[in-house]
Design a protein. Structure first.
Length: 255
């Protein structure tokens, strides 16, 4: 059972969209939040991708560092669906949305996959941004609990403008459960690309990109605050390399 004593260490940090709560004892995500460097370019990019009245989906919402700005950008006429399976993160996600005074967001404490199923969730002891649904290489070092998982196609509220996915190597499984969503005029996907995680979870780089054939792929460079188009996709196929890239996928024009 999840212990809520974890929240005794939580404190606010100042984000672009107001004060959010996180746990400063977590080593990866929270230190970046404190420095104000967590996906800084992504945060500004959101404002160019979303307009009032849009619908956005955040898969792997964590404590809401994307969900909150999404909700503010789409406004009262828009909708946001946030999916976060970790009970600890989910508690803070709800708290941060409440602090932001937004009421256009539906939060689901489930995982996303290619079918309705129960999955193990392996939580990192010191990094709230590194919970995984696979534990092949380090099962004894992570606490695990069982979570329910659904498909995006079963819960997505209509035609969405932006889909953000950050699920530690489970991205292909999420996309396999979103076939209808992907074909239904979805304009943008923000995606974490981690070859090691993809392969470790039983997927592959090739499978991921086979699900994105209707999109142009751009690599985001947070440091330079820019992005570049990648052609061909195979330039990114290095499954034995433990690097992480952030990708912006834009629907390819029929013309």
């Amino acid at each position: 059972m999840t212990s809520l004593n974890w929240y005794d260490n939580c404190q606010p940090y100042d984000s672009t969209h107001g004060l959010l709560t996180h746990n400063p004892k977590t080593d990866g995500l929270s230190s970046a939040l404190q420095r104000g460097t967590h996906d800084a370019f992504h945060q500004s990019l959101l404002s160019t991708l979303l307009d009032k009245g849009d619908i956005a989906v955040d898969v792997g919402a964590n404590v809401g560092s994307y969900t909150v700005p999404m909700a503010k950008l789409v406004g009262s006429a828009g909708k946001v669906l946030a999916i976060e399976p970790d009970p600890l993160n989910f508690h803070l996600l709800r708290a941060n949305l409440s602090k932001a005074c937004v009421n256009n967001t539906t939060c689901l404490m489930v995982g996303a996959s290619d079918k309705v199923e129960n999955l193990p969730l392996y939580r990192h002891a010191n990094n709230s941004g590194d919970s995984r649904t696979w534990g092949k290489y380090e099962p004894l070092t992570r606490a695990a609990e069982t979570i329910p998982a659904i498909t995006l196609d079963s819960v997505v509220p209509g035609v969405i403008k932006l889909l953000k996915i950050d699920v530690q190597g489970w991205e292909a499984r999420v996309l396999r459960g979103a076939v209808e969503t992907l074909s239904n005029d979805l304009a943008f996907i923000l995606l974490e690309y981690w070859p090691y995680g993809l392969v470790s979870s039983g997927s592959s780089c090739e499978e991921l990109f086979s699900l994105l054939t209707s999109f142009d792929i751009h690599v985001i460079d947070n440091r330079r605050r820019t992005f570049r188009k990648v052609l061909p996709y195979t330039n990114l196929f290095e499954p034995r390399t433990n690097y992480v890239l952030d990708l912006l996928c834009t629907r390819r024009s029929c013309g």
